[in-house]
Design a protein around this ligand. Structure first.
Ligand SMILES: [Zn+2]
Length: 155
């Protein structure tokens, strides 16, 4: 537990649309593109290298499940996966997180531009970047609920 970590705040559960025993899939409050989500461990783990073998498979499995759901929901067969692990890799929130970003044709000027968009937040430690536009709380919570409703229909 780290009191300054946004992913360890109790209200992080408002952002979650899917979970496994030890991990959450959450929506990003300042998405690069629609559907920009994160897979995070429920307990404060800094690095990908700190995951046990069991946690590692659970983390990747939830990532794959989330990518499938986002691909269906946003009707996109393409997506980016990314982990920035450590300060020099651009990690800004020191609680392991994997970005999952569904992609569609012409969503950015070029397909590779997503990383530049992600990097704009590299030197801020806040989950809600002041550089990227933030969704209103109401719109954000509605998006999370819509996604949960979509998932419930699948089960
Ligand atoms: Zn944390």
């Amino acid at each position: 537990m780290n009191n300054k970590c946004p992913f360890c705040e109790p209200n992080i559960l408002e952002s979650a649309f899917l979970e496994s025993d030890n991990f959450l899939a959450i929506s990003n409050t300042s998405p690069i593109l629609a559907g920009h989500s994160l897979i995070i461990p429920k307990r404060h783990i800094l690095s990908f290298l700190d995951l046990s073998e069991k946690e590692l498979s659970e983390f990747i499995f939830l990532g794959q499940k989330t990518a499938k759901i986002l691909s269906d929901y946003f009707k996109s067969g393409s997506f980016n996966l990314s982990i920035q692990d450590g300060f020099w890799a651009g990690q800004t929130i020191f609680h392991l997180h994997m970005h999952i970003i569904p992609r569609i044709q012409n969503d950015l000027k070029s397909p590779g531009e997503w990383y530049h968009e992600l990097e704009k937040t590299a030197y801020t430690t806040e989950i809600d970047s002041s550089i990227r536009p933030k969704l209103s709380k109401e719109d954000f919570l509605k998006n999370v609920q819509d996604l949960k409703n979509f998932i419930n229909k699948l089960i």
